[in-house]
Design a binder for this molecule. Structure first.
Ligand code: URA
Length: 204
């Protein structure tokens, strides 16, 4: 664990001045990732937004606050998992990442995975899922499946920004997060969650 802390900090130091793509010159802050460097569960979003670019931390805007609430509902905090993005710098106007940007940035994420050694990776949203899995399926289909990302179990669920735009997706997302909780606990060797099931989704 100590090695992972040191290795991840050293890696952040090494890449935080990256100028490999044009986003480097546009950013306020480089957004490396946050959480436990030895986490069993890693969430991967798309790219920093306005607040993340300002604060240098992923998922701190409205979508991030919702992610925090969902994590709390499965008895996890952002300190116990690891949260990062496909891209480390904010694309202008939050447009989708370009293939050339992903090509430059993806090796950074892979190195983070190599250091952290998660047991379960969760892609938040279509862009993260499509980038990691190289598939063009609908999110609806992908969320029903279990994938393997370079030897690590991977699941897909809705991005919390999509849940804010379309609250009708929250019930399905809550189902996914309960599965993620159970599978995480199983893979981490933790006892199953006490069944005092919450009545509804935590997103309200
Ligand atoms: N959306 C993302 O995909 N990542 C963030 O860090 C914030 C919003």
């Amino acid at each position: 664990m100590k090695d992972q802390v040191t290795a991840l900090a050293a890696f952040e130091e090494e890449i935080q001045s990256c100028q490999h793509c044009a986003l480097g010159a546009m950013r306020t802050r480089f957004v490396f990732g946050v959480g436990d460097p030895g986490a069993d569960l890693v969430f991967v979003g798309e790219a920093p937004g306005l607040e993340e670019d300002r604060q240098g931390e992923p998922f701190v805007g409205r979508a991030g606050k919702l992610l925090d609430r969902i994590l709390a509902a499965i008895e996890l905090s952002r300190q116990q998992v690891y949260i990062c993005n496909i891209l480390k710098c904010r694309p202008p106007d939050n447009r989708d990442p370009l293939a050339s940007e992903v090509e430059q940035c993806l090796p950074y994420l892979k190195e983070q995975f190599r250091i952290i050694k998660p047991k379960l990776i969760v892609a938040l949203g279509r862009v993260a899922a499509k980038t990691l899995l190289g598939v063009e399926e609908s999110l609806k289909n992908m969320r029903q499946q279990v994938y393997n990302y370079e030897g690590v179990e991977m699941r897909v669920t809705y991005h919390t920004a999509a849940l804010l735009r379309n609250p009708r997706l929250k019930a399905a997302a809550w189902e996914d997060f309960q599965i993620i909780r159970d599978r995480y606990r199983e893979l981490a060797g933790l006892p199953p969650e006490r069944k005092q099931e919450q009545a509804g989704s935590p997103g309200e």
